[in-house]
Design a binder for this molecule. Structure first.
Ligand code: NAD
Ligand SMILES: O=C(O)C(=O)C[C@@H](O)[C@H](O)[C@H](O)COP(=O)(O)O
Ligand code: ZN
Length: 361
């Protein structure tokens, strides 16, 4: 079993490996009551978690919520609060989020808000949940105005990333998770890029990739839980990515939208003279090899409007995470409109906007 510690005020462990879910009884030992929040596809795993907890003496119950982004709504949260009240969940009890990132985001939000904060143990079952959503304490739901706009920072007590769960995960969901892994490669860990270049399916080195991505996240979150400094770099590719998700009514997978967003951010950095053309093309080539999208056709004016309510924006000023060389993220504030338009042209056309000849942009 691999183990990554997330530092901070209340440090916690991320356990990664087959059978990690079975540690739930140990993690919540001595807890009177726990609610296991899950979506319908994970009913069997949630049943197993309830059984493990009950064997450990915890009065555990399963609570089913809608699948995917449909779980991250104010209505679903209100229904869950009602149920917590009926069950008599108190501040010394716990919530378990078992599922993909949508469920762990919701479960974390419920735990952050119920009784002004109860413990949450995250049991991510998707690759994206394991490498990203379940780690770091960002919790939240979506509103009509945008993605994750209502939420709280509420770090988990522990994260159990049981890699056995990945056997049942659809291939497209696995690829979506790989987008967050390659993001960590671009912003911080060249070894991730090397491993994914050798095997873009991510299947050969899955555990190593998960542990490395979690380490990148732990390093950022440990320094900056509240997202005012280095943590913002984990948002690479997300400014356009979140806008795509929002305009597609959350019909695009998060990782797919972020994949296009990273290519866009790379093109923008190319326009700003921060990345060479070869580095921009490295993004496009690797993302393509991993089976993720690099293009999106949509309403550019609308996308720009949605990007302005991104949590990184300040007032009406757009702020993007870009790379000043691979592995060296920084914030680009209020980029020139011509750079934005050129980056958009490059991701909204089937043909790359510029030749991949390695020239400096
Ligand atoms: N809080 C954060 O820091 C953070 C980070 C990244 C992403 N997110 C959020 O995470 C969400 C995306 O997470 P996701 O990609 O896991 O999507 P998801 O939660 O929608 O899950 C995708 C699908 O896979 C299914 N699934 C999950 N695990 C499975 C398994 N083991 N076997 C079979 N099916 C399984 C789910 O039921 C769902 O149908 C987005 O809402 C995104 O905003 C949050
Ligand atoms: O943990 C973070 O910080 C991230 O930015 C990780 C992202 O992958 C994740 O999608 C996060 O939920 C986005 O945060 P948001 O604040 O832009 O909603
Ligand atoms: Zn993300």
């Amino acid at each position: 079993m691999r183990q990554v510690q997330v530092p901070g005020e209340r440090p916690y462990e991320v356990l990664i490996g087959p059978g990690a879910q079975a540690r739930l009884g140990l993690v919540l030992d001595g807890t009177a009551r726990a609610v296991v929040v899950h979506a319908p596809p994970l009913t069997a795993a949630a049943g197993a978690a309830v059984e493990t907890l009950q064997t450990a003496g915890v009065a555990a119950e399963a609570m089913v919520v809608p699948d995917g982004e449909a779980a991250k709504t104010a209505e679903v949260a209100a229904g869950a609060w009602e149920q917590f009240g009926r069950l008599g969940l108190t501040r010394t009890d716990a919530v378990v989020g078992l599922g993909g990132g949508a469920v762990t985001d919701l479960a974390g939000f419920l735990a952050a808000t119920w009784a002004r904060g109860v413990r949450v143990v995250q049991v991510p079952t998707s690759l994206l949940g394991m490498v990203d959503a379940a780690v770091g304490g960002k919790t939240g739901i979506n509103t009509a105005a945008g993605k994750n706009l209502v939420g709280a920072f509420h770090p988990p007590a522990a994260v159990l990333a049981d890699t056995d769960a990945l056997d049942g995960l659809p291939e497209a969901e696995f690829r979506s998770g790989l987008a967050e892994v390659v993001k960590c490669g671009f912003i911080a860990d060249g070894e991730i890029l090397r491993l994914l270049t050798e095997d873009p399916t991510g299947r050969r080195d899955t555990e190593e990739l998960i542990a490395r991505a979690v380490q990148v996240k732990a390093d950022a979150v440990g320094q900056d839980l509240r997202d005012t400094g280095v943590r913002e770099f984990l948002n690479y590719g997300h400014t356009l990515g979140h806008a795509i998700e929002r305009l597609e009514d959350f019909g695009w997978r998060h990782g797919e939208a972020v994949a296009v967003g990273m290519v866009f951010a790379a093109e923008l950095a190319g326009e700003a003279g921060l990345l060479t053309r070869a580095e921009v093309e490295r993004h496009r080539e690797l993302v393509t090899a991993m089976g993720l999208p690099t293009t999106y056709r949509g309403d550019w004016a609308q996308l720009q409007q949605v990007m302005r309510v991104d949590k990184k924006a300040r007032g009406a000023v757009l702020r993007f995470v870009v790379l000043d060389g691979i592995g060296n993220p920084r914030i680009l504030t209020d980029p020139e409109q011509s750079w934005l338009d050129a980056a958009w042209a490059a991701v909204s056309s089937t043909h790359p906007a510029a030749p991949s000849n390695g020239e400096s942009a």
